[in-house]
Design a protein around this ligand. Sequence first.
Ligand code: MG
Length: 262
Amino acid sequence: MTTPIQQENPFTKELFIFDLDGTLARSKTAMDSEMDTLLSQLLEKHHVAVIGGGWFPVFKRQLLDNLTCPESYLERLHLMPTSSSRYLRYKNGEWETMYALELTVEERKLIADTFEQAFKTVGYVHPEKTYGELIEDRGTQITFSALGQEAPIELKEAWSGSALDRRQEIVNVMKPLLPEFEIKLPGTTSIDITRKGVDKGYGVEQLHERLGIPINQMVFVGDALYPGGNDEPVKRTGIEAIPVKDVEETKTRIRTWLENMG
Ligand SMILES: [Mg+2]
């Protein structure tokens, strides 16, 4: 007797959660029209949440500006930018903040000062040519981008992991100085700092509590579920977590679900 292929039960899922960068859209790029169609079909009857590292303006540029579903579907779309330190829903024609774990002025100053201190301690020198801001205050998250926020992706990829990439050393100095904060290395050139305990797992827990949807009725899709990846924290919630290597694999996944929904 052959062992049947393990089927997930897509019919029963109430909430589909996706990472944004590298999962719904290529890094720093707008979601394409194929993904728009698939997400729109999913949103017709299901709740969809997007938990990403970027802040809301990035969600707007990458996701919302390219999502063409009827406006009424947006009521089922849940946005969690900056690693779910903010949660927005579409109500009365606009995106309303459900919660925002803003950093205080003192916390922001402490983080900025600690960056400077860490750069000095490890002898880190900023590149001569940078693109846009190096340290960006996103309200609920402070993000350092070594080459600047607007650096071309090819340059970032070349820098990442090279001898110039000293993020790990910088973070090693910062961690003991900022025990109340979460310090992460997402993407190719960034360091993200949020309040401790705020990660994508927190987002899943918040969706569970606020929507009353059981964790086993949710599924999470992300390109960084590997150990140390910024999607990995969702695993502690026990959610069904599906790793994808790129946007195309996410599309295949959604297509399969849609086909099996009848
Ligand atoms: Mg990603």
